[in-house]
Design a protein around this ligand. Structure first.
Ligand code: PLP
Length: 372
């Protein structure tokens, strides 16, 4: 039985009529840029994130970029980021002429190790960017304590709906950054993203920066960019938003079932399974298992799963400091042991909400077969 890593067609089938209706309304209006569709989505998305403002944007990468821009971060500044994340987390810092300063992750949640943040803070540190990797926040109390008054930019690209102490991702720092890339728990039909904030002044400036720093029309107080979300994407995301919690619950249910299946297959000794840590709500954008034997076991299982049609992927094969483009950064010379362990030993397997129990049993059976 083939089991894809993700099958978006199943979700689309349940929403097709509504999506066709709202997109047809946008076509009929011929109003494609910002406007009511975007306002409506932003209002409800802000509420969902327990945040005062949400501002729809062109992508999650642009959300991170504009968050740094609004804080005035540029040449000579440092931003603390985890050593293990999707490239954009550090790429946006570098693009603005600032320096990404890497901190290793915990192996328990794959997130920035709060204990190591303080050692990396200097006079030049202008922001700290915790990433909620795979859909779970770090211990945000510890991160905030370490950060003191340095602003936190949440990279919540993978973690819409995740919580720490009942506070939602996007309401835990100065600015929350989201991606609506199609594979995310709340996915658009193309690229889209958003930022959230509770700060009136930051919100006003973020809204301006989204349109080249313009207010009023054709008068530019700052240099921004074209970071706008499409009305079509906002209309589709607005249809999807009321279903998001049900989908996330499906992912959580699947994670619990995997745990049972791996225990029954006596694989608990050989694998490290994702854990929902205390005070958190994990939304499992990815379900990433780690092999205690590291690369040989991981690569063997990956090859086997691919050969039998079970989808899997490595998120991510290199740490950020190992990326060629960062080779000259001062902190790229160090070793980030936990990040390196994750890069060589982990593998994402299917977790999407529509997955059946039979499919999940098949995934675990094939993993067991490859390890036998
Ligand atoms: C952790 C993280 N940060 C940032 C991004 C960038 O988002 P986008 O692809 O929408 O630009 C992603 C998307 O994959 C991500 O996973």
């Amino acid at each position: 039985m083939a089991v894809p890593l993700l099958d978006l067609k199943l979700q689309y089938a349940t929403l097709r009529e509504e999506i066709l209706r709202v997109t047809e309304e946008v076509y009929a209006s011929q109003h494609f840029i910002l406007g009511k569709r975007v306002d409506d989505f932003e209002r409800d998305f802000a509420k969902y994130c327990q945040s005062k403002y949400a501002i729809g944007l062109s992508s999650g990468t642009d959300a991170l970029l504009i968050a740094l821009m609004v804080l005035g971060i540029g040449r000579g500044d440092e931003v603390i980021v985890p050593a293990y994340s999707f490239f954009a987390t550090a790429g946006v810092v570098h693009r603005l002429g600032a320096t990404p300063v890497f901190v290793d992750i915990n192996v328990s949640d794959y997130n920035i190790d709060a204990k190591q943040i303080e050692e990396q803070i200097t006079q030049r540190t202008r922001a700290i960017m915790p990433v909620y990797l795979y859909g779970q926040t770090p211990d945000m109390e510890a991160v905030k304590r370490a950060a003191r008054n340095i602003p936190l930019i949440e990279d919540a690209a993978q973690a819409v709906g995740a919580e720490f102490d009942d506070r939602r991702a996007g309401s835990l720092g100065a600015i929350g950054c989201f991606s609506f890339f199609p594979t995310k728990n709340l996915g658009a039909f193309g690229d889209a993203g958003a930022v959230t904030t509770n700060d009136d002044k930051l919100a006003e400036r973020l809204i301006d920066l989204r349109v080249h720093g313009m207010r009023p029309k054709y008068y530019h107080r700052y240099v921004g960019g074209n970071f706008r979300i499409d009305a079509l994407q906002a209309a589709i995301l607005h249809v999807k938003l009321p279903h998001l919690d049900r989908w996330s619950e499906g992912r959580r249910r699947n994670a619990a079932f995997y745990e049972q299946l791996f225990a029954e297959a006596n694989l608990s000794e050989r694998l490290v399974l994702p854990q929902e840590l205390p005070r958190r709500r994990h939304v499992f954008n990815q379900y990433v298992i780690r092999f205690r034997d590291g690369r040989p076991a991981r690569d063997r299982v990956m090859e086997h799963l691919k050969s039998v049609g079970v989808g899997c992927e490595i998120y991510y094969p290199l740490t950020l400091p190992q990326q060629e483009c960062f080779a000259n950064l001062p902190s790229a010379k160090e070793h980030f042991r936990n990040s390196e362990r994750a890069a060589v030993g982990s593998l994402a397997i299917p977790i999407y909400p529509e997955l059946t129990r039979d499919q999940m049993s098949e995934v675990v059976r094939e993993i067991a077969r490859a390890l036998a």
